[in-house]
Write a protein that binds this ligand. Structure first.
Ligand code: NAD
Ligand code: ZN
Length: 378
C-alpha cells in the first residue's frame, strides 16, 4: 500500500510499504478515506520527537471504513465507518475508566508515556494513518463508530480524530466559563477551534494572537474574535495586560515547541523575542491575570524541562497541560456536528490526494497558499 513516510528533517515521501495485518485478536484494519495533517506532525518533521526511524508511517488524524476485524472484536464489523482518535487506549485501565484516555496504561508497549498513532517508537511504534490502510488495536474501545445513518461527509468529521476534541478539551480543562476573558495564542487549527469553543462556553471576550496575518484574518472573520499580531508590539505581554485591564482569566497556548530556542537560551535574550514556542509561554505568563489559568495545549518535549516556574508561583497561576484525552469528547462533538449546531470544517483549506502529501506538508509548514488545515485522501 501507499503511505506517508518520514525521510529526515522536513522530508516526507509517499512510499510503497507493507500492508498492515491483524496482530492481536481485538485489532481492526481500517481502509482510510481521509487523514489530516496536524501541527504535531510538524514537530515530527522538525525532528523534535525522539526515536523516529526513517520510513516510519506517520499520521494520527484518520477516518475510514473497517476492512477487517480480529476474532475478539464485537463493537465493529467490516463496512462500519470509523474515526480513529490519536490516543491508543485500552478502555479498561484506571485512566481509560476515568476519562483520561491519553494516559492509558496499556496504550504504549514501550512504557514511555501514552501511545499515539504514527508518532515514533517512543509513543508506541504504531504505524500511522496517512496511508491507504491502518491497523488499530483495542478495536472495541479506541475507534469511534459513526452511526450508519450519518450523512455528514468526511470533511466535517475528520477533525474529530484530534484537532476538535483537543481544542474543546483545552477550554473545558482550563475551566472557561461565562463572562471569562480568554486569550488564545496561535491561530492554527487547534487555536482557531479553541476560539470557537471559548465562545460556546460563554466567554465574554476572546482575543487571538499570532503573527501570520492570513490566519489572524481568518480568526477575525470566522470566529469574530479580537486579533493581535504580536510582531506589531514591542512587548505584547504588556499590551495584552493593558487591553484586558490586568490580564485574561485564561490563556490557552495553542502554539507548542518550534525548536527555535530552549528556555535557557530564551532567558538569555532578556525574553525580548516573542516568536515561537518560548515566546508563547512567556506571553501566556505575562498576559494572564493574577490567579488566572494557563492551559498549555501546544506540545512540549523533554528539552523544555528547564522551564522557569518562579513567575507563575509568585502570581498564583494555575498551569494545566497535557495530551488531550480525545475519546471522552468525540460523542458530544459528533452530535453537535451531526445536528448542525457547529461547523468546524471552515479551517480546512486543502484537500489533496495522498500522493501530494509532500506538498501538503510544505504549505502547512511554511504557511504558503493561506494554508490552515490539510486533509489527505488515499
Ligand atoms: P500550527 O503549527 O498550525 O499552529 C501554531 C500557530 O501558532 C501558527 O499559526 C503560528 O504562527 C503560531 N505562533 C507561533 N509562535 C507564536 C507565539 N509566540 N504566539 C502566538 N502564536 C504563535 O499547529 P496546530 O495544528 O494548530 O497545533 C498547535 C499546537 O497544538 C502544536 O504544538 C500541536 O502539536 C499541539 N497539539 C496538542 C495536542 C494535545 O493533545 N495537547 C493535540 C493536537 C495538537
Ligand atoms: Zn494531531
Amino acid at each position: 500500500m501507499k503511505a506517508v513516510t518520514y525521510q529526515g528533517i522536513k522530508n516526507v515521501e509517499v512510499r510503497e510499504v507493507k500492508d498492515p495485518s491483524i496482530k492481536n485478536p481485538d485489532d481492526i484494519i481500517v481502509k482510510i478515506t481521509s487523514s489530516a495533517i496536524c501541527g504535531s506532525d510538524l514537530h515530527l518533521i522538525h525532528a523534535m520527537i525522539p526515536n523516529l526511524p526513517t520510513d516510519f508511517v506517520i499520521g494520527h488524524e484518520p477516518m475510514g471504513i473497517v476492512e477487517e476485524v480480529g476474532p475478539e472484536v464485537t463493537k465493529l464489523k467490516k463496512g462500519d465507518r470509523v474515526i480513529i482518535p490519536f490516543n491508543v487506549s485500552c478502555g479498561h485501565c484506571w485512566y481509560c475508566t476515568h476519562d483520561l484516555t491519553s494516559q492509558c496504561d496499556n496504550g504504549n508497549p514501550h512504557g514511555q508515556g501514552s501511545g499515539f498513532f504514527g508518532y515514533s517508537e517512543t509513543t508506541g511504534g504504531y504505524a500511522g494513518g496517512q496511508a491507504e490502510y491502518m491497523r488499530v488495536p483495542f478495536g472495541n474501545f479506541t475507534p469511534f463508530k459513526i452511526p450508519g445513518n450519518c450523512e455528514v461527509d468526511d470533511e466535517k468529521l475528520v477533525l474529530l480524530a484530534d484537532a476538535a476534541p483537543t481544542a474543546y478539551w483545552s477550554v473545558d480543562h482550563a475551566g472557561v466559563k461565562h463572562d471569562d476573558t480568554v486569550i488564545v495564542l496561535g491561530c492554527g487549527p487547534v487555536g482557531l477551534l479553541a476560539q470557537k469553543f471559548a465562545w460556546l462556553k460563554g466567554a465574554k471576550r476572546v482575543i487571538a494572537v499570532d503573527y501570520i496575518n492570513y490566519r489572524l484574518q481568518h480568526a477575525k472573520r470566522t470566529n469574530k474574535v479580537e486579533i493581535v499580531n504580536f510582531e506589531e508590539h514591542e512587548n505584547v505581554g504588556d499590551y495584552l495586560l493593558e487591553i484586558t485591564q490586568g490580564g485574561a482569566d485564561i490563556v490557552i497556548d495553542a502554539v507548542g515547541m518550534d525548536g527555535k530556542m530552549t528556555p535557557m537560551e530564551f532567558l538569555a535574550t532578556g525574553m525580548k523575542l516573542h516568536g515561537g514556542a518560548m515566546g508563547a509561554i512567556v506571553i501566556a505568563s505575562q498576559a494572564v491575570r493574577k490567579g488566572g489559568t494557563i492551559q498549555l495545549t501546544g506540545v512540549y518535549g523533554g528539552r523544555y524541562n528547564a522551564f522557569p516556574l518562579g513567575d507563575l508561583f509568585q502570581r498564583n497561576i494555575d498551569l494545566k497541560t497535557g495530551q488531550a484525552p480525545v475519546i471522552p469528547y468525540m460523542s458530544y462533538l459528533y452530535d453537535m456536528i451531526n445536528q448542525r449546531k457547529i461547523d468546524i470544517s471552515d479551517i480546512i483549506t486543502h484537500v489533496l490526494p495522498l500522493e501530494q502529501a509532500k506538498h501538503g506538508y510544505e504549505v502547512f509548514d511554511t504557511k504558503m497558499e493561506d494554508c490552515i488545515k490539510v486533509i489527505l485522501k488515499p
